[in-house]
Ligand binder design. Structure first.
Ligand code: NAD
Length: 499
């Protein structure tokens, strides 16, 4: 059983906020308080950064053999796996996504600890061919203290994508999880501490972006900031970090296109499209929100899509039969419905959904009927802005060129999908899309080995894979003089050898 009252994790211990403040986490399916969590602010961030700084500058973690670090990370992975049911329940209570999906996601998240443990254990430093009688080796050293700011939509998984490589590379961390869903990240800290991670290496301080998040971003004793969140937050965080010359990695918003060619059987295309669009009530940065369908098959596709969308079982996310839960908050619900209204006002047709669900089962939560919209054009707000809800638009295209042009007609470039049975077209079209990830005949797949990052306004840098591990290190070049000839730069008339 996970406690309803949660504290901060600082320096290997659970502590209350310095001023005793708390915040309430609302269950979006019931609107009741699910957890009361200590609310960190500037002074709590200071004490977490102090702990992380001490652990980095004087503690054993950065100096530990990578196999020993790996052993602790793998032990934490096992602890989390053994708790996937209870942490899955926490996630569902905080974000409203169906329990069966959250248990699966929580069960997958520890793979990041295993993968980055392996990367650290097998990492080899370089010897580079410097000229002269020199041996030049290049070590990869930890950056120091990494500040991580995470969103509410995949609370444990996204925290893990940052913490696992940062720790494996020998850094220490301060995590500021979303105020909306901070409990699973706190459970990650607990698992790492139980696995034997030294004090101060992992610190988790829930709080609001405007105080705790800002304090972390503007802190002068951190060495890097990692954010996953909205694009506007990304601009603010990058600007603040830029002032102190702290490198920023940012995973931001998306507006993923799904290109469906007319050689795909309608049933397959519709199953793919509903998976892309409506998983997690569409509250995913890579949700397939723009369905681009070949004009020859669009009518049959739309008819089947509406039929299938209306069959999605929306309901209490704790129940195994629920396929879709509520959206996360009243604020999100209002924003989504406002965007649907704006589309209507601008001439779009809402074929199904587009409203809050009413009736007994939906009395209290933030439930929206999954929504399909047609007759859209590029200038509508619904086509430009991230909706972050169960709303999808459908647009026709005449040929490959038009499909690519429509797909690229967005400020974002995070995820995209191409559905076709034509092997050549699948690859050629994928290569023409300006987006960090492209799925062919699939969507949403992610792996710790697979780079993940956004083009355009979707972010800076990328997560996952060996490259991400290297990004949590700095290259230190060590040059060794191998010459047996003594030299005196100022004392002899010998030809200068080191010019
Ligand atoms: P958000 O931007 O509101 O908040 C994200 C985090 O930033 C939270 O912890 C918040 O407290 C903090 N924050 C907000 N303002 C801040 C500031 N000025 N300084 C420092 N911290 C601040 O985003 P959200 O609503 O939690 O999450 C949804 C957004 O995240 C969507 O835009 C979605 O596309 C994006 N997202 C992107 C990815 C990706 O991999 N690219 C993955 C998941 C979510």
């Amino acid at each position: 059983m996970i406690k309803q009252d949660q504290l901060l994790w600082i320096d290997g211990r659970e502590v209350a906020a310095l001023d005793g403040e708390t915040l309430e986490v609302e269950n979006p399916a019931t609107t009741q308080t699910a957890f009361v969590v200590a609310r960190g602010q500037g002074p709590d961030i200071d004490s977490a950064v102090d702990a992380a700084r001490r652990a980095h500058d004087h503690g054993p973690w950065p100096r530990m053999h990578p196999r020993e670090r790996g052993r602790i990370l793998r032990a934490a992975a096992e602890i989390l796996r053994s708790r996937k049911e209870s942490i899955g329940e926490v996630e569902t209570a905080c974000v409203g996504r169906p329990l069966r999906e959250m248990v699966q996601q929580v069960g997958r998240a520890p793979d990041w600890l295993d993968f980055f443990a392996s990367v650290a254990e097998t990492h080899e430093d370089l010897v580079v061919p410097a000229s002269g009688e020199l041996m030049n080796y290049v070590r990869r050293v930890p950056l120091g203290v990494v500040g991580a700011i995470t969103p509410w939509n995949h609370p444990l998984l996204i925290t893990m994508k940052k913490v696992a490589p940062a720790l494996a590379a020998g850094n220490t961390t301060v995590v500021k999880p979303s105020e909306v869903a901070p409990v699973a990240p706190l459970e990650l800290a607990r698992a790492l501490v139980e696995a034997g991670i030294p004090d101060g290496v992992i610190n988790v301080v829930p709080g609001f972006g405007t105080d705790a998040g800002k304090a972390l971003t503007e802190h002068d004793r951190i060495d890097r900031i990692d954010l996953t969140g909205g694009t506007e937050t990304g601009r603010q965080v990058a600007a603040a970090a830029g002032r102190s010359l702290i490198p920023v990695q940012a995973e931001l918003g998306g507006k993923a296109p799904v290109l469906i060619f007319d050689d795909v059987p309608i049933d397959v295309a519709v199953a793919g499209a509903t998976f892309a669009s409506f998983v997690a009530s569409g509250q995913s940065c890579i949700a397939g929100t723009r369905l681009l369908v070949h004009e020859r098959s669009i009518d049959a596709f739309v008819e089947k899509l509406v039929e299938r969308t209306q069959l999605i079982r929306v309901g209490d996310p704790m129940q195994p039969e629920a396929q879709m839960g509520p959206v996360v908050s009243q604020r999100q619900l209002d924003r989504i419905l406002r965007l649907v209204e704006s589309a209507r006002a601008e001439g779009a047709r809402v074929l199904c959904g587009g409203e809050r669900l009413a009736g007994h089962a939906f009395e209290r939560g933030y439930f929206i009927a999954p929504t399909v919209i047609t007759d859209v054009h590029r200038d509508m707000r619904i086509m430009r802005e991230e909706v972050f809800g169960p709303v999808v638009s459908v647009q026709p295209f005449a040929d490959e060129d038009e499909a690519v042009a429509l797909a690229n007609d967005a400020d974002f470039g995070l995820g995209a999908a191409v559905w076709t049975q034509d092997l050549t077209r699948a690859h050629v079209v994928a290569h023409r899309i300006r987006s960090g990830t492209v799925w062919i005949n699939d969507h949403h797949r992610i792996d710790p080995a697979s780079p993940w990052g956004g083009f355009k306004d979707s972010g800076i840098g990328s997560e996952n894979g060996v490259e991400a591990f290297n990004d949590y290190t700095a290259a230190q070049s060590v040059l060794v003089n191998l010459s047996r000839t003594p030299f005196d730069w100022f004392g002899s008339s010998e030809e200068l050898r080191y010019s």
